[in-house]
Design a protein around this ligand. Structure first.
Ligand code: AMP
Ligand code: MG
Length: 333
């Protein structure tokens, strides 16, 4: 009898052990792949029992988000329809546009999605980029800030076109985050162009992220940051530009002048719990410059790393976990 009890206990222990090992194995199952959406490569590295299902859904959802909500060129998209005379939109994009309007206002319109006409005029990144005449620029920025949203109705002043290029990739990270939570994924890194979602169910997990050397190769970090689950977006003057008569013109515009921002910064990396906020604020801060960005970042409880034109690296106060990775850069705060 005693032997039987011992045997039964041993079998139970072994079963529990096998179950624990199997659970751990499946939870650490992983899936990595990439696809194209939002004019960029989206790469995902996901850990969890349903990593592959989560990846498939992220891929479908981000392509849908691009084609049916955010794209300026897909005739099916809500933004395309607004830019072409429609005034009513679905509740989902209406909610996004309300959040965007709030960020525009708080950033004092250094982030402004009403710049569609200006980005078309310069054509940076299209192969037909040019330096527009001053009168073309002033007419393209006129009224850009004055678009309005009320409920599901959007009012675009004559000539104003929306361009969500400065926020779309961060919004993509927010959609991906919801899917990773739905599938209870353990940990993931999803990079949507310059916006990266770091997801973890372990509040202590630390991710190591490189901040690109603005004058170097994609795999040459100027600095390394160690951070917990969040969204990280970088805006850089090196991403898209053209040169004319020995002058370089980049793709992030100061909405008050209509010319490429001259804030003394080559890049800004913003860290936030929200993808939309990190993406929108990285663009805003690149326009505002270091000092003027600090109150805005504080308002959104976000942190940032700035790289100046002179290769100086600065952070928001109390930011920890940054290491310089290239001796051409100096940490100055
Ligand atoms: P990002 O790389 O997120 O900074 O976004 C840059 C893109 O956003 C540009 O290619 C333009 O399409 C658009 N853009 C440029 N300047 C601004 C601005 N000040 N506010 C909002 N969108 C902008
Ligand atoms: Mg942005």
């Amino acid at each position: 009898m005693k032997n039987k009890v011992i045997t039964a206990a041993a079998v139970l222990c072994a079963t529990v052990l096998v179950a624990i090992i199997a659970f751990d194995f499946f939870m650490s199952a992983s899936f990595s792949s990439s696809f194209i959406a939002m004019n960029t490569t989206v790469s995902a590295d996901i850990k969890g029992l349903k990593a592959e299902e989560a990846y498939r859904e992220i891929s479908e959802e981000l392509k849908w988000l691009d084609s049916f909500l955010l794209s300026r060129t897909s005739e099916e998209s809500q933004i395309y329809k607004l830019n072409n005379g429609k005034t009513d939109i679905d509740p989902e994009p209406a909610k996004l546009l309300s959040s965007i309007k709030d960020i525009e206002e708080k950033s004092n319109f250094s982030f402004c999605v009403g710049l569609g006409q200006l980005t078309d005029l310069w054509g940076i990144g299209t192969g037909s980029a040019r330096l527009p005449r001053a009168d073309e620029i002033s007419s393209a920025i006129k009224d850009a800030e004055k678009w309005q949203i009320s409920g599901n109705t959007v009012d675009l002043p004559d000539g104003v076109k929306l361009d969500l290029g400065a926020a779309g990739k961060g919004i993509g990270c927010d959609y991906a985050s919801d899917i990773l939570q739905k599938y209870k994924c353990k940990s993931a890194v999803v990079a949507v162009g310059g916006s990266v979602l770091l997801h973890s169910t372990d509040k202590d997990e630390v991710f190591t992220i490189g901040i690109r050397n603005p004058k170097g190769d994609i795999n040459e970090p100027a600095a390394i940051i160690e951070i917990k689950a969040c969204c990280v977006s970088t805006s850089g003057t090196y991403e898209r530009f053209f040169e004319q008569d020995g002058k370089r013109y980049h793709h992030i515009f100061d909405p008050s002048t209509g010319y490429p921002a001259k804030s003394g910064l080559q890049s800004v990396t913003v860290i936030s719990s929200s993808g939309l906020v990190s993406d929108a604020l990285s663009t805003a801060c690149l326009v505002l410059g270091f000092e003027e960005s600090l109150p805005l970042l504080k308002e959104f409880d976000a942190q940032a790393v700035f790289i100046t034109d002179e290769n100086k690296v600065m952070t928001t106060p109390d930011f920890e976990g940054l290491k310089i990775a290239d001796s051409n850069f100096t940490l100055v705060n």
